[in-house]
Design a protein around this ligand. Sequence first.
Ligand code: GLP
Length: 259
Amino acid sequence: MEVITRPSAKHAVDLVARLLADRIRAKPDAVLGLATGRTMERIYEQLAGSDVSFKRCRSFNLDEYIGLLPEDVHSYRHYMHTHLFSKVDIVAANTHVPDGSASNLKEAAERYERLIEESGGIDVQLLGIGEAGHIGFNEPLSSIMSRTRDKSLTPTTRAQNAVMFDGDVDKVPKRALTMGVGTILDARELILLATGSAKAAIIAQAVEGPITSMVSASAIQLHPCCKVIVDEEAATQLRGRDYYDFVFEHEPEWECYRN
Ligand code: GLP
């Protein structure tokens, strides 16, 4: 794992957007794992404004609320359409979001896993982190080997996400269909982005704490190719910060990304 701290949220977002654009340029038919949440909005804004072509890409989103139709303004399908899919040249049929409105959720989850497998697997998975330590909607006690399935959301997550539901926590669905931790770990590369002081404590636990199903994001420590990109505010509780900065300053891989 590499942990990179950038001076501001804007610098952190710029770096992640550049990394993703470079991955797509290097492999125009890349299979992208996409994430939602406020942090990601700025990534999609940058990608949509860049010259990178998504024409041959396929995408799989991490999760979707259960009970919301794709056209519901609060659904993640709608979020993706608004922030990215409608703004780039990706082929709609090649974009996938778990079907939270399916009558048979188990079947929908199995189909999602199959589709990922048939696509050849995810090349690069973008991740945010919830204040409850989740990646996707893998709430505490999610097995590190879990696959796509339905999951009940914690009060912390529902409160955190209420802002996307007109600030009304009662409007936030209670369950979601999410890729499992095991599904996420199967991606060839993980890039986790976190900004702001509200994420400082959970980032420190995920990166430096024990690997535990209580903090599903800690499972990224098991991944052989994982980058965590944070701003100063999200980095304040990292104990190994000096070393992480040293690596970023000296590893040849990062040379063209330092400025
Ligand atoms: C939701 C998503 C997560 C995401 C989190 C972060 O809960 N299911 O995948 O990591 O939001 O949200 P934000 O970027 O708004 O802090």
